[in-house]
Design a protein around this ligand. Sequence first.
Ligand code: GSH
Length: 218
Amino acid sequence: MKLYWGSGSPFAWRAMLALIIKGAPFEDQLLSFSDKEHKSAEYLKISPRGKVPALVDGDTVVTESLAIIHYVDRRVPSPPLFGDTPAEAGRIAQRVQEHENYLGRAAHALMTAVFRGKAAERADELRPHADALRKELDALDTLLQDAPWLGGTRVSAADIVLYPTICLLERIAGRPEVQALELGIPVLATDHPRVADFKERFSQLPGVDRAHPPHWKS
Ligand SMILES: N[C@@H](CCC(=O)N[C@@H](CS)C(=O)NCC(=O)O)C(=O)O
């Protein structure tokens, strides 16, 4: 399998994490956003929308990060990313969708504004997103009282989807220009200690480093 990804894309990050957690051998090709490699004629044949991630496995091409997670889960059966039982599958899929519809959406709005340099001019419209984040992280913190991972005792797709979002959030929340706006973005270590602990434990899993944005390391 070969994964096309871009540094710092939460969607590409989670796709790579699925491969890593599965222990699947894979090649990866990092595309440069600044050089518009994701819009090259060659890549558009693989991913016609010109977005990362894309996974190529022989004649099979899968785009859309959640679809890639499902594909990888079927392609490499163990460990299962959606549990073993119908109840586990339902619970994990629910957590994934909750992430997409609430936490992920709020985080995406904040990140897009910050990365485009628009956070200051849109501060008032961003505050409700920071409130939504707090509410969602409160719920996750409570959930993590009862089990080490969002799906129970084993890492699942729900954790894979959450991890890049909270890494990115912490990164933007730490920027001085964002702190100066006092948007109310929660601070994990003090406001959501179990989520902070989750992040630390997940970061220590074997191979997880590979998916970290290369441009953060330089
Ligand atoms: N729904 C897609 C979203 C993918 C996406 O938006 N990727 C961004 C990077 S974070 C991208 O490639 N953007 C380039 C563009 O839209 O031109 C997924 O889950 O894979």
